[in-house]
Design a protein around this ligand. Structure first.
Ligand SMILES: *Cc1c(COP(=O)(O)O)cnc(C)c1O
Length: 461
C-alpha cells in the first residue's frame, strides 16, 4: 500500500477552542448584525476567515523569537532573514515591511509616486490591496488572466496563468513608459488560490524582457505555487521545492510578499529586488513609511521567525500535508454533494452559494447567507466572496454582481487537524440539507462608502 501523507510535525502546545450552543450562536450573529467580522473570535469554534497571519509557528521559529536582536540597525535577526532571502529566493537586495500591502505601497510609490495617471499595471487578477495601491495613484490594473480561470466547470491545472495574447496586446497598445511593471500573483488568490505554471512564468518573463518591462511576483503563496508545479507540471516531478522556487524567481526582477501566508509568521512582509538602482530608490520610501532598512516596521524577533518560516514552507512534506489538508476538505465536501470550486486551490475551499441557494435572489447576498448559516450550524466562520465584497458601482451606486457568489473557507497553516475538516464538511452538509427551507437572505441596514463588507450591517428579510 502507498503510504498516505501525514503532517511532518507533532503537537507540543495546544490552544483550547470552545463550542457554543446553537441558540447562543443565533443570538450572537444577530447581535453582530449578521456580519461575521463582528463576532468575537472566542465565540468561533473553527475560524476559516483567512489564512493570513493565522498559522502556527514551529519550535524553531519560537526559538528565533527568543533570539531576536532588537538593535535598531544591522540586527543579527535582519542578517538571518537576508540570508534566507538570498538562499531561497536568490534575491540580492531586500527590504522588510510590516506586511504585504506595505511592500506594495513602497513599491508603487517608488515606481510612480502619486502620479499614476494613464499608467497601466497588467497582471493576473491583482489582489485587492495591490489593485488598491495602483488605483489610488490613478493608474489602472489590467487583468490578463486566462479565460478558463473564470469558468468553474473547466478543469485546468494552472488557472492562475496569464493569457500571453492579452498581455502582448496591452504591450502593443500602450507606450512603454506607461507600463511601470507587470505583477504576477503566485498563487492567484482572487481566482481561488490557483497556481501559475513554470512555463507561463517563463513566457511572461520573456514577453516582459522583450518589451523592456519590469516583472515582479506578488509572492504571498509562492511555496504553494511551487508545490503545484512539482505535482502538476511535466519535468518538475523530481525537482525539490527549493529548486523550483529558485527557478521561479530566476525569471523575475523582484517581488512583494505578505509573509503572513507562506512565511508562516503572524505579521510581516518584504520587498525584494534584483536591480540595485530600484532597490536604492525604494530605500528612501521604506525609511519614510516603514522603518529603517534593516527592520522595516518589524521587531527583530519577527525577522528571525520569518527567516525560519521561509525555509520550512519550502519543504515538500510540509506542503504536501498543507495542500493535502485543503484537498481533503474539498473531497469531503464533494462526497456530501456540497458544490465546491475545482480544482481545489492551495489555501482555501470555495463553496458555490448560488448552487446551495438557487432560490435566493443575488440582491439578498446568498454567499453571506451561507456563511451565517454555517456559523449557526457549526460555529465555523468563513468569509463571503460575492456581492457584498464586490461592493457598489462607484458611479451608479448599484450592487455589482460578480460572476460567482462564494463562501471561502481559508485553512490556517499547521493549525487544524483533519477531524476539524470532517466537522466543517458535516456542518456544511447539514446546511445544504435544510437549504431549501431557508426562504430569504439579507438586506443592508448600514454600510460604509467603500470596502463595505468589513463593517456592513444586515437584517434578515
Ligand atoms: C494577503 C495578500 C496581500 C496583502 O498582504 P497583507 O500582509 O495582508 O498586507 C497581497 N497579495 C496577496 C496575494 C495576498 O494574499
Amino acid at each position: 500500500m502507498k503510504l498516505p501523507y501525514a503532517e511532518p510535525y507533532k503537537i507540543k502546545s495546544v490552544e483550547p477552542i470552545r463550542k457554543t450552543t446553537r441558540s447562543e450562536r443565533e443570538q450572537l450573529i444577530e447581535e453582530a448584525s449578521f456580519n461575521l467580522f463582528n463576532l468575537r473570535a472566542e465565540k468561533v469554534f473553527i475560524d476559516l476567515l483567512t489564512d493570513s497571519g493565522t498559522g502556527a509557528m514551529s519550535q524553531h521559529q519560537w526559538a528565533e523569537i527568543m533570539l531576536g536582536d532588537e538593535s535598531y540597525a544591522g540586527a543579527t535577526s535582519y542578517f538571518k532573514l537576508k540570508n534566507s532571502v538570498e538562499t531561497i529566493l536568490d534575491m540580492p537586495y531586500f527590504l522588510p515591511t510590516h506586511q504585504g500591502r506595505a511592500a506594495e505601497n513602497v513599491l508603487f510609490e517608488t515606481l510612480m509616486g502619486h502620479n499614476g495617471d494613464g499608467k497601466i499595471v497588467p497582471g493576473n487578477s491583482h489582489f485587492d490591496t495591490t489593485k488598491g495601491h495602483i488605483e489610488w495613484r490613478g493608474a489602472k490594473a489590467v487583468d490578463c488572466t486566462i479565460d478558463e480561470a473564470f469558468d468553474t466547470t473547466v478543469d485546468h491545472p494552472f488557472k492562475g496563468n496569464i493569457d500571453l495574447a492579452k498581455l502582448a496586446d496591452v504591450f502593443e497598445k500602450t507606450p512603454r513608459e506607461q507600463i511601470p511593471i507587470v505583477i504576477l500573483t503566485i498563487t492567484c488568490n482572487s481566482s481561488g488560490g490557483q497556481p501559475v505554471s513554470m512555463e507561463n512564468i517563463k513566457a511572461v518573463s520573456k514577453l516582459c524582457k522583450d518589451a523592456g518591462v519590469t516583472l515582479f511576483f506578488d509572492a504571498a503563496r509562492f511555496a504553494e505555487n511551487a508545490y503545484f508545479i512539482k505535482i502538476r507540471e511535466k519535468g518538475y516531478e523530481n525537482k525539490t521545492i527549493k529548486e523550483i522556487v529558485l527557478e521561479m524567481f530566476s525569471y523575475v526582477d523582484g517581488c512583494t510578499m505578505s509573509a503572513k501566508k507562506d512565511g508562516i509568521v503572524n505579521m510581516g512582509g518584504l520587498l525584494a529586488f534584483r536591480n540595485e538602482e530600484l532597490f536604492r530608490k525604494a530605500c528612501t520610501f521604506n525609511i519614510m513609511f516603514e522603518g529603517y532598512l534593516t527592520y522595516g516596521g518589524l521587531a527583530g524577533r519577527d525577522l528571525g521567525a520569518l527567516s525560519v518560516g521561509l525555509c520550512e514552507s519550502t519543504e515538500f512534506d510540509y506542503l504536501e500535508a498543507r495542500c493535502g489538508q485543503v484537498a481533503y476538505l474539498g473531497a469531503k465536501c464533494r462526497e456530501y454533494g456540497i458544490p465546491v470550486q475545482e480544482p481545489f486551490g492551495g489555501h482555501a475551499i470555495f463553496v458555490d452559494a448560488l448552487k446551495v441557494f438557487p432560490h435566493i435572489p443575488r440582491e439578498q447576498y446568498p454567499a453571506q447567507l451561507l456563511g451565517v448559516e454555517l456559523y449557526i450550524e457549526a460555529g465555523v466562520r468563513g468569509v463571503e466572496i460575492g456581492t457584498l465584497l464586490a461592493d457598489r458601482d462607484p458611479v451608479t451606486r448599484q450592487d455589482r454582481f460578480p460572476k460567482l457568489e462564494l463562501l471561502r473557507l481559508a485553512i490556517p497553516r499547521r493549525v487544524y487537524t483533519n477531524s476539524h475538516m470532517d466537522y466543517i464538511a458535516a456542518g456544511l452538509a447539514n446546511v445544504l440539507e435544510r437549504a431549501s427551507s431557508i426562504k430569504s437572505g439579507f438586506a443592508v441596514t448600514w454600510e460604509a462608502p467603500i470596502m463595505r463588507h468589513f463593517t456592513v450591517k444586515l437584517r434578515r428579510i
